[in-house]
Structure formats: structure tokens, C-alpha cells
Design a binder for this molecule. Sequence first.
Ligand code: URA
Length: 440
Amino acid sequence: VSRIDPRDVVAKKRDGRRLDEDEIRSVVLAHARGDVPDHLASAFLMAAFIRGLDSPETVALTRAMVESGITLPLEGISRPKVDKHSTGGVADGVTLVFAPLAASLGLAVAKLSGRGLGHTGGTLDKLESIPGFRTDLTAERMERQVEEVGCAVAAQTDDLVPADGALYALRDATATVPSVPLIAASVMSKKLAVGTDLILLDVKAGSGAFMKTVEDASDLAGACAELALGWGRRALVAVTDMSQPLGEAVGNALDVTEAVEVLRGERQGRMAELALEFAAAALRDLLDVSHGEARARAERAISSGDALDLFRRMIEAQGGDPAVVEAPEKVLPSAPVVVPIPAPEAGYLAAVEAEEIGQAAVGLGAGRARKGDHIDPATGIVFRAKIGDRLDRGEAIGEVHARSEDDPRVAIDRVLAAVRVSDREVDPPPLVYGWRDAQA
Ligand code: URA
């Protein structure tokens, strides 16, 4: 039994002093067990948010979080194992493409995903829009599926890093999410608890991300890479653009349709490009081939239909209707009301408040404002315009998919208030700002 009083730990951090490992453990582990009340843990989070945590403190926090639950060693999987995680964004369906694509290239993808919270979408919610699709796999079943099929996407269970589940819910409720050490510990504890050969991290920067600037996102990327290094794990961390929705679909069934189109080779663009780059990075790193060769193999896996076939097999293995890869429009739920979004004026699309577009989709029922809220798989927003595009006044830049006749007006107003059009030409932002390599 710890003799450390959690109130003293909070007071120490409040006063800007450094915490040692035992002090951090005494709050985090006791809170996960229910022995430290939420109000004290919230005070700890706010003190950490404002005063910051240095590198040894972040390591101690991450270690306590990993130790709060079980780990998934995945020792029964023979192929090179990769895990991929995004810090969260809008129209970020990369995992839906990356998992089958990387698996079709001979890698094993064991992916534990989360649900959407706030303005960001969640991979589990997206996949569950496929009728029958189950995400509640046991660790054994997940491991077997990864070995047999090559990939599985399942829900993170309550016994894996429970301290993150407990703290994340408080952070969401107490305005303490966008902190570099807190996000780094949250993301990396979940990755370190799963035994993979490579951790691929997509740290988002911009209006739709928790980190609004490339500088803050780079700090977060550095903190994540450092944690991987400290654990002797291999990680590749990219800082990528989230200054506008990445793909076009902001919803659930809409995202699955977009992913199917990418896997069929029918849709190019920034989302497809990022999925290809991540698959190439994983392949280069794990199979020791050149970037050019890895990228060519990834492109071939799409043009040959191999990646699509793997998506079909993954869906089938998880109880979903595999016909979704042939005819998503017949299999997925669709919204009864679809209304175009008109460009507000002529000019060049200069800026997008991506978080607002995400919130507009939440307002249509596509996401949840609170943990446990019901979501509507059919609704959402398709936002087609990209920064730099030339627009004509009134041209459709996307559409709203709604449940009722009254919903689109609010959503359209919100989307239009979130875009800025300029009469001067605008350069598109880069897709990838840079990579960080943690060589263990
Ligand atoms: N995603 C996570 O898993 N944790 C955070 O803190 C933020 C994004």
C-alpha cells in the first residue's frame, strides 16, 4: 500500500515541481483501481496540463498506464507485425485502407481501435456500419484471425490499459486533452501494450487535429518517438496535415464507401496517398526493401485487387457482409435526405475549420457528443473541395446526408461558416510534414 497521499502529489505538480515515478504511479494506478476519486485525478491532470511533464515524468506516466492492465504479446503471429495509430482527425479513414493493404503485402496488422469522440471519427464506428460486423473480438480470436487472414480491427478491451480509459474520459470532460505529454502517454501506452515489430504513428497537425500547429505536432511526434525508444520498440512517426478533412467522407457508412473506392483503385487523392505512404513505410522498414520498391508493391496490391480481397476476407472473418466490397450502396445504410452544399462565393478555397465540419457531422448523428451516445451510421457529410481548389459560386462542394428534412440547413450553415474563400490563388498544404524515426 502506497504511503504517498495523492493530494500531496497534486500540490507538488501545482507548484511546478517534478514528480518521481512512485508519486505518478500512486495517482494513476490508484485511480484506475477506483481508489483515487475522479476529482483528485482531474486536478492532477490539470496541474500536469498547465505545468507540463518532463521526459522522465512522461515515461513514468506511460509505464504506470501500461502496468494498469494486461498486455497482448501476439507471440503466435509469424509474419512481421505492424500497428498504426492516428492521433485523430476528420475524414481520416486511413486505417480502413491501410489494414487490408498492408496485410495483402505480407504484413500482419493487429489493430485495436477506438470509437469517435468529440469531432473526430472512430474506426470501430465506421466498420460497424457494415451489417453484421463485430469488433468485440477476444485476444485469442484476434490473434488467430491475424495469423489466418493477415489483419483484424477490434475494440480495445477494458482490461488493456484501463488507466488510459479512465483518464481519457476525465480529460475529455475537463478540457485537458491537447497536452503533448498526456497525449503521448495515452497513445503510446496503448501501442506499447501490444507486441508488434513496428509502431506507425500518424500525428495530425491543423484545424481538425488536437495539435493545431505543425510545431506542437512535431513536439508530440518527438515525445512519442522517445517513448518508443525508451521501451526498445521501433516506431516511425509522421506529422501529417489535418488543416482540412483528409478524405471526403465524414461519417461512418460514407467512410466505408470511400475506403472501398480507394481499395478498388477508383479513387485517388490525399487519403489514398497517405494510406499508400504508410503501407510503403511499413514494408520498407519490416521487409527491408527500398522505398520505391515498397511503394510500387503497395500500388500493385491495389491495382491487382489483392488489397480489396483482403478487406473482403477481414469483413467476412468478423461477421460482416462481404458484399460491401462489390456494392457498398446496396449493403450499407443510406440516409433518406441528401442535400448539396453550395460554394458560398467564387474563388479559391483558402482555409477550412475541419473541426467544425466534424462537429457538423456529429450534429447530424454521425458521431457522439458524449461517451455512450448512439450514432447514426448513415448520416454525415461529404466534403469534396480541397484547399487550393478553384470554386464557382453555388457549385456543389459536397453534400449533407441527413435523417430528416430539417437537419441539412443547420449542417450546411455550419460547413459554410467553416470555409474561407479567397480571390487569390492558394497553394495546397503539404500532405506529410515530416517523419521521425525511432531506431531502437
Ligand atoms: N488519441 C488518444 O488515444 N489519446 C489522446 O490523448 C488523444 C488522441
